[in-house]
Design a protein around this ligand. Structure first.
Ligand SMILES: [Zn+2]
Length: 153
């Protein structure tokens, strides 16, 4: 078995996660998660929200786009459960697609619940939680929503 060591790792983590690398286009996103914000971009031309970050609207091509903070709420759109441990994960763990309230979908992990078909249900409401990995990267993860959906916050 080949173990790739493409990133610096700490001694305390025998199976480090693959770390996302901020780019100029995604820097605002990682700045946001570090501050506890989930940042999307919205196009002023067609008013669509989108993710992942890019300097133009994927729907209409306009560069008239701005950054906005998402509510952090969404629905579990799809998931797979990995029964084998992965880098930085124990098994089983889920890899999920969450559809945000604003529309865009995001690859993530569902945490704070059993990684089983009993506990992960398509369309269940989820909310973002932030997990700091290092000084640069704080990952947005999602957990089942604890408050009733639609409640004021
Ligand atoms: Zn647009």
């Amino acid at each position: 078995m080949v173990v790739r060591k493409s990133h610096p790792m700490t001694d305390s983590s025998p199976r480090p996660r693959r770390m996302p690398k901020p780019t100029p286009e995604t820097q605002h996103f990682w700045d946001g998660t570090r501050e506890g914000e989930l940042r999307l971009q919205r196009c002023d031309a067609c008013s669509g929200a989108y993710f992942p970050p890019r300097p133009f609207c994927p729907a209409c091509g306009s560069r008239d786009v701005r950054i906005e903070v998402a509510s952090g709420r969404g629905l579990l759109h799809a998931f797979v459960i990995n029964q084998r441990p992965g880098p930085g994960f124990d098994a089983p763990h889920s890899v999920a697609v969450v559809e945000l309230e604003e529309g865009p979908r995001m690859m993530t992990n569902i945490v704070e619940c059993e990684q089983s078909l009993d506990d992960l249900v398509i369309d269940m409401p989820v909310e973002v939680v932030f997990e700091q990995l290092d000084d640069d990267i704080t990952l947005p993860l999602f957990r089942p929503t604890t408050k009733p959906a639609g409640g004021a916050s």
